[in-house]
Write a protein that binds this ligand. Structure first.
Ligand code: SOE
Length: 377
C-alpha cells in the first residue's frame, strides 16, 4: 500500500477485517506500507498491522513477495506508481479520481489492459447495502422509466477562509477541487444506478482565492502559517446532465455547505416510483411506489440491514447497523475475489476513465459556456 493517512487507514482497516467477515478465495497478507516520512510510516505499519514498511514506493513495487499494489497517495502520484506497479506485473487498486486528468487515466487503463493485470478504482459507495438495494430496485424496473437523478455532495471544511492551503487545493497535486474529489463519487454512483452520461453543462466557483500556506499538511487540513498562497481548484462545482437514456441529472459538489459534513445523497424519480439516500444515514433507503394503495402511499424507510440485503448478512443480525468503513471492506472483498478467481470487477480503470470523461466534459462546458457531449472529450 502507498499512503497511510485518511484513505490509507480506511483501506488498511478493510484488508485487516475482510477475512474475518467474508469467505475469501485466498488469504490477505498485509506485506508492506509505504510513505515518505519514516517515523510516520513505521508507526502506521505497527498500528495498522502491516508486516513491514518502505519509504520508497519504487522499491516496494519491485518486491517479489507482493501481488497487488493499493495506491492512496495524492492524485498527482497515481499514474507513475500505477504504471510502475503494472510494469512489475502487480494488480493495482487505486483511489479516486483515477488520475490528474483524462489522458493520464487513459494511459493507466491502456497499460493495465495490455499487461493483463487486474485493476480497480475505489468508488467505495457503490458497495454499501442501501446503494446495492437501490440498484436492484432500478434494475427490476420498480421505478419505471427514470426521469430525474439528483445528486449532492456537501461538505463544509473550507468555509473558514483561514483554513490552510492543503494539497487538495492545488491543481497540480489534486487535479481539481470539489469536482474531482466529490463529484467523482456522484458521477460514479449515477453511472452505476442510471447509466451513461450523454452531455453536460457546468458552473464552478472558487470562493476563497488565497489561503495560508501550511507548515505541514495532511489530507484535509494542516497548520496554517502567516504567508498565503493561491487556491487553484474549484470550491464548488454544479452541473446539469442528460443521460443516454433520456433522464435529467442535477449535481452539486461543494466544500462550502455550512453545517453539512459529508452529505453524499441521491434522489431518483421514475415513472413508477422514487428512491432517496443519504450517506449520513447510510443504512436506510427511502422508497416510494406509485402502485401502493393511495391511502397508504408515501415515502417509507427500509432499514437495509437484513441478511437478504447484499453484504449486510456478513456482519450482524438485522438492525445492527454498519458504517462508512464497511464500504471499503466490501469493495476490497470484491477485488480480492476478482484477483484470485477472475470473477469480474467494477469499478475498474475503465470506470475510472468514464468518470474522468464526465469530469472533463464539465470543465470544458464551463470554459465554453455551453453544453458539451461526453463523447467530445
Ligand atoms: C475528502 O473530501 C473526502 O475524504 C473524499 O476525498 C472522499 O473520497 C470522500 O469519501 C469523503 O471526503
Amino acid at each position: 500500500m502507498v499512503g497511510y493517512k485518511f484513505m490509507g487507514k480506511a483501506h488498511s482497516h478493510a484488508y485487516k477485517d475482510v477475512g474475518m467477515f467474508f469467505d475469501l478465495n485466498a488469504d490477505v497478507v498485509m506485506k508492506a506500507i509505504c510513505g515518505r516520512d519514516e517515523n510516520g510510516v513505521k508507526a502506521a505499519a505497527d498500528k495498522f498491522g502491516w508486516e513491514s514498511y518502505e519509504t520508497d514506493w519504487r522499491k516496494m513495487v519491485a518486491r517479489d513477495d507482493i501481488d497487488m499494489v493499493d495506491i492512496n497517495a495524492p492524485s498527482d502520484a497515481h499514474k507513475e506508481i500505477a504504471l510502475a506497479a503494472i510494469a512489475a506485473g502487480k494488480h493495482v487498486f487505486c483511489e479516486k479520481p483515477l488520475a490528474l486528468n483524462l489522458s493520464d487515466a487513459r494511459e493507466m487503463l491502456d497499460a493495465a489492459e495490455k499487461a493483463g493485470v487486474k485493476h480497480g478504482v475505489c468508488f467505495n459507495y457503490r458497495f454499501l447495502p442501501a446503494v446495492q438495494l437501490a440498484k436492484q430496485i432500478i434494475e427490476e424496473g420498480r421505478l419505471g422509466e427514470i426521469h430525474h437523478y439528483r445528486a449532492t455532495y456537501l461538505q463544509d471544511w473550507l468555509v473558514d477562509p483561514n483554513s490552510p492551503l492543503a494539497w487538495r487545493l492545488k491543481k497540480e497535486v489534486a487535479g481539481s477541487g470539489a469536482h474531482g474529489d466529490l463529484n467523482a463519487h456522484c458521477i460514479d454512483l449515477a453511472r452505476f444506478l442510471v447509466g451513461e452520461f450523454d452531455r453536460v453543462i457546468g458552473h464552478s466557483r472558487t470562493f476563497v482565492k488565497e489561503r495560508p500556506i501550511p507548515a505541514s499538511s495532511s489530507g484535509l487540513s494542516g497548520n496554517g502559517g502567516s504567508e498565503k498562497g493561491e487556491v487553484t481548484v474549484d470550491d464548488a462545482t454544479a452541473f446539469l446532465a442528460e443521460f443516454k437514456n433520456g433522464a435529467m441529472g442535477t449535481f452539486i459538489a461543494t466544500r462550502f455547505a455550512t453545517g453539512r459534513k459529508n452529505g453524499n445523497t441521491f434522489e431518483i424519480h421514475g415513472s413508477k416510483g422514487s428512491i432517496r439516500w443519504d450517506l449520513e444515514n447510510l443504512n436506510n433507503l427511502e422508497v416510494y411506489f406509485r402502485e401502493d394503495e393511495p391511502n397508504l402511499a408515501g415515502f417509507r424507510t427500509i432499514s437495509v440491514t437484513d441478511s437478504s440485503h447484499k453484504y449486510a448478512g456478513n456482519w450482524w443480525p438485522a438492525g445492527h447497523i454498519i458504517g462508512y468503513e464497511h464500504g471499503f471492506v466490501h469493495i476490497v472483498y470484491e477485488f480480492v475475489q476478482h484477483m484470485t478467481g477472475g470473477s469480474g470487477f467494477a469499478p475498474s480503470f475503465r470506470d475510472g476513465v468514464k468518470c474522468q470523461e464526465v469530469l472533463e466534459a464539465v470543465d470544458l462546458s464551463i470554459e465554453r459556456g455551453s453544453w458539451v457531449g461526453v463523447d467530445e472529450v
